[in-house]
Design a binder for this molecule. Structure first.
Ligand SMILES: *Cc1c(COP(=O)(O)O)cnc(C)c1O
Length: 433
């Protein structure tokens, strides 16, 4: 191991790090070797699945071309839908660069399926922040599901972060959609493994066999060798500036699942009657194909960066979630920095080590919808892409930095070292003060 993880591999002027940081990093990296092997094994299986789907669906050079106007007969777009469906093991899928975000993909799916008087119940506590206004938990009269008479309920996770099966059994009765969020999002609850998602689905369908299980799959794609769609989810939804876009997709989202549901969603995506037949792909087919092709390995790089971050920060005395030997369900790590100065320095260091906008200094700001200031570091090729190395956190207790992404392990690792160096120089690195 010593020759692989040479404690001083960096000799480029400008990347000078405190000796103790470099030594700790080398030790952390050695501790990562079993995790890295497992991550590579997962990437290999997912990579095989992706390449097979390209071959089985006869992806051609012509598929990489786009379309304009109505986009009728866009074979690149339609073939990509089939490739995604095969990769996720679903009957059908819709993948579009024009879906604005993960939230927009989830919203399209929800509005495509739910009708006035229907009930949706979240089985994994509060959904992601941005969905509160979509559902109508927060804000009124903006065209939320609540405005259209859709009823919402939720089952809180138990104190230990596990799903509450007894309550799921009660509350799912009569629901049209049972909603599961795989990733932790911006909470400290553990992310769900695919097996755990499968258990929740079993409970939900046991109580209400006709319920449609929809999974917010954001940040989870390719983290394991299976996906929620392979353990009973009827619909999975995600963002292309996260894992499945492989850092190459410029924008977009996907919805994959049962063909009758995907068809309903397609009418909300464009209009009833027209559905998926229209919708120009412009020049975005190529990056979407290439991104999916890269995605298993890019997700692996993000996971390696996450594991390295966790082992190193834990070694330096910072609590991390997930903890070093916990199984991961997504690519996010929260590092409890415990102090506003430390959080600010950490994020500024990440920014300094980014390929884009490295010269910019992130400042805490009053982000709409938050009750405290938020600091964000994101020097990404695609605006806001969180499969690229990024870090952010609200300036309140416990001063947690949410760290995610890393297109390559080389640059992910360097980004983390830059964060620690910045903390060190500002006198904020615990062990070395
Ligand atoms: C990122 C994310 C979303 C969607 O967020 P957008 O910023 O709208 O893409 C939804 N749910 C979870 C769990 C996420 O991580």
């Amino acid at each position: 191991m010593a020759e692989i993880y040479d404690p001083k591999p960096v000799t480029i002027p400008g990347f000078e790090f405190e000796e103790r940081i470099i030594k700790a990093a080398a030790r952390a990296e050695e501790e990562c070797s079993a995790d890295f092997k497992e991550i590579e094994r997962t990437a290999r299986i997912n990579g095989e699945r992706v390449l097979r789907a390209f071959i089985n669906n006869k992806v051609s050079a012509a598929c990489l071309n786009g379309s304009t106007g109505y986009g009728y007969g866009d074979t690149g777009r339609d073939t990509l839908d089939k490739v995604y469906a095969e990769v996720f093991g679903t009957e059908d899928a819709i993948v579009r660069a024009t879906i604005a975000s993960g939230t927009a993909a989830l919203t399209t799916a929800l509005f495509g399926i739910l009708r006035p008087g229907d009930k949706i119940v979240s089985l994994t506590g509060s959904p992601y922040d941005t969905l509160e206004e979509v559902i109508g938990i927060r804000g009124k009269g903006n065209g939320s599901l609540a405005d259209f008479g859709v009823i919402y309920d939720q089952v809180e996770m138990k104190a230990d972060g596990k799903p509450n099966v007894a309550e799921i059994f009660q509350k799912v009765k009569g629901a049209k959609i049972a909603y599961i969020q795989r990733s932790r999002g911006y909470s400290l609850r553990p992310s769900l493994t695919v097996d755990a998602v499968g258990e929740i689905i079993k409970a939900a369908k046991g109580a209400e066999p006709s319920v449609i299980v929809m999974v917010d799959n954001c940040y989870g794609e390719f983290v394991e060798t299976s996906e929620p769609s392979r353990v009973g989810a009827d619909l999975i939804v995600g963002s292309l500036i996260k894992n499945p876009g492989g850092g190459i997709a410029h924008s977009g989202g996907y919805i994959a699942g049962r063909s009758d549901l995907v068809e309903l969603v397609s009418y909300r995506l464009t209009c009833p009657g027209v559905g998926r037949e229209a919708g120009a792909s412009f020049d975005e087919n190529r990056p979407l194909y290439q991104g999916l092709f890269m995605a298993p390995d890019v997700t692996a790089a993000a996971l390696k960066t996450a594991v390295f971050t966790t082992r190193l920060m834990t070694m330096l005395g910072y609590k991390c979630y997930p903890q070093p030997d916990e199984r991961r369900g997504d690519i996010i790590t929260s590092v409890i920095l415990g102090d506003p100065g430390a959080l600010t320095a950490f994020c500024r260091g990440i920014q300094k080590g980014s390929p884009i906008d490295s010269f910019v200094t992130p400042e805490p700001w009053d982000m709409p919808g938050y009750d405290s200031q938020v600091i964000m570091a994101a020097g990404a090729f695609n605006n806001g892409a969180s499969v690229e190395l990024s870090a952010d956190g609200p300036l309140r207790e416990p001063y947690a930095a949410y760290v995610q992404g890393g297109l390559t392990y080389t640059t992910g690792r360097l980004g983390i070292l830059c964060a620690l160096q910045e903390m060190y120089e500002k006198g904020e690195l615990k062990l070395f003060i």
